[in-house]
Write a protein that binds this ligand. Structure first.
Ligand code: HEC
Ligand code: HEC
Ligand code: HEC
Ligand code: HEC
Length: 354
């Protein structure tokens, strides 16, 4: 009896601890099979939390279509370097929409200095926005293997704010004395970037701006020739935690846990994710890094680099950003070369999370 009581007490204590640390979810939990039977490939969804997640990922309605025809922007405006092949009407519609996606409270003045001509490049925000236009076009045109026909607009990342909610910068160097608490080695500092674990808190620099191999499984039985070490495995795990969190899924959405490295037993989503990693590297290296001299110091990280994208910047907890709403289709400016006649406005099909 005593023993039972003792266990009961510790069980209650454990329950309380679980509640306190937030690692328990209030039921109901639904499970959805994602792989063959017996492979334990299953997603656990909580309909209550999913409803909140869906409400937070609704795309805004597209602006009414611009009138067809009329002169090209390049023939009328003085300083258009990216959107010259749009009609003036479509160009104006684009300016109004990107204002609502990026600077709804500040308005046109966020990028165009009042009192100056609209052609002036005085504000850094306009220079950044021009690069963002090129970046968005590159995402939609060159990265179809990842973004498919869903594509992205400024809203995918910005969601009505001039600074996207989810970005990363290089982590500051550790200030801890190596002698006192041991070497921190870029980890053991619980971080939300890696799901509040003490895994390496900056897997992004290595894998999403650097292009280090994301591999840990060794192919030989004995250590001979195996170049994969423990820090490497920990960093990979950190990145995988970030990827799972960003999409709101667990590891088996992409992997069969009997062999994490084997593509033959992985899901098609893992292939999409592979392309996503390459796309993120390209966005960070070709579009954001080159803006380093344009951004003011208060927008940069502790080591002086610009904020960059990871999976969470677009996905924000959903397997497809904005639940797969096809928003970009309604905006020729989001594709390049933009078609001369604007694409028809299509209804937004929302694909609920699987
Ligand atoms: C987030 C930044 C941003 C906001 C907000 C913005 N613009 Fe622009 N605007 C730009 C960029 C970038 C260009 C240059 C595009 C290019 O090079 O193809 C531009 C160019 C223009 C031009 C062409 C000027 C010329 O002669 O070269 C006009 C007109 C214009 N914007 C109007 C507006 C209006 C009206 C609003 C408010 C409804 C607005 N813009 C809001 C970024 C912005
Ligand atoms: C893939 C994600 C992504 C997309 C798509 C995107 N941006 Fe950005 N944007 C960023 C990141 C990351 C930053 C840097 C944020 C920071 O400084 O903290 C940024 C910064 C900006 C800034 C500077 C804001 C400031 O106050 O310093 C402007 C302006 C901007 N973006 C405009 C746009 C426009 C216009 C579009 C669409 C043509 C667009 N962005 C599309 C990720 C994105
Ligand atoms: C959204 C899909 C996705 C999710 C979720 C995901 N992974 Fe991965 N994982 C990948 C991709 C893609 C690669 C290969 C990356 C590359 O080669 O660039 C990979 C690589 C790995 C590797 C290295 C395999 C090798 O070749 O040595 C391990 C280990 C791994 N993942 C474990 C995990 C764990 C553990 C989780 C859950 C915490 C997880 N993954 C969640 C997509 C995913
Ligand atoms: C620039 C925005 C953007 C970034 C950054 C991004 N994604 Fe995506 N991702 C998308 C879009 C858009 C789709 C929808 C594609 C479609 O509908 O075919 C998508 C789809 C996916 C899918 C397929 C989901 C499904 O159920 O079919 C996976 C897996 C995925 N992304 C993983 C990742 C990972 C992992 C990263 C980070 C390495 C990442 N994404 C970064 C925009 C992005």
């Amino acid at each position: 009896m005593n023993i039972i009581m003792k266990y009961k007490t510790s069980f209650v204590a454990l329950l309380a601890l679980a509640g306190l640390t937030g690692c328990w979810e209030r039921p109901p939990i639904e499970s959805v099979q994602t792989g063959y039977r017996g492979t334990a490939m299953v997603e656990l969804n909580n309909p209550r939390l999913m409803a909140a997640q869906q409400a937070a990922n609704v795309a805004p309605q597209p602006a009414p279509p611009a009138e067809a025809g009329g002169p090209l922007a390049s023939a009328v405006f003085k300083n258009v370097q990216v959107l010259g092949n749009l009609s003036v009407a479509e160009f104006t519609r684009t300016m109004a929409s990107l204002t609502s996606w990026v600077a709804p409270t500040e308005g046109c003045a966020y990028c165009h200095k009042p009192g100056e001509g609209l052609e002036a490049d005085t504000l850094y925000t306009k220079v950044v926005a021009r690069k963002m236009l090129q970046m968005t076009q590159a995402i939609n045109v060159e990265n179809k293997a990842h973004v498919g026909s869903t594509g992205v607009t400024c809203y995918t990342c910005h969601r009505g704010q001039h600074v996207p909610a989810n970005t990363w910068v290089n982590a500051a160097a550790s200030t801890k004395s190596a002698k006192f608490l041991g070497v921190e080695s870029g980890q053991n500092r619980p971080s939300t970037a890696v799901s509040i674990t003490s895994l390496p808190y900056d897997p992004f620099k290595t894998y999403l701006s650097g292009s280090a191999d994301i591999k840990v499984a060794s192919n030989t039985a004995l250590p001979a020739g195996n170049k994969k070490d423990v820090p490497n495995a920990e960093r990979t795990f950190g990145l995988m935690m970030h990827m799972s969190d960003s999409l709101g899924v667990n590891c088996t959405y992409c992997h069969n846990s009997q062999a994490f490295d084997k593509w033959s037993v992985s899901t098609p989503q893992r292939v999409t994710a592979w392309h996503g990693i390459r796309m993120a590297r390209d966005i960070n290296n070709s579009y954001l890094d080159p803006l380093n001299s344009v951004f003011p110091a208060n927008r940069k990280g502790p080591t002086g680099d610009v904020a960059k994208v990871n999976c969470q910047t677009c996905h924000q907890g959903a397997t497809k950003p904005l639940l797969g709403a096809q928003m970009a289709k309604n905006y020729p400016a989001m594709y390049s070369p933009a078609p001369a006649t604007p694409l028809p406005v299509v209804a937004q099909a929302a694909t609920p999370k699987k």
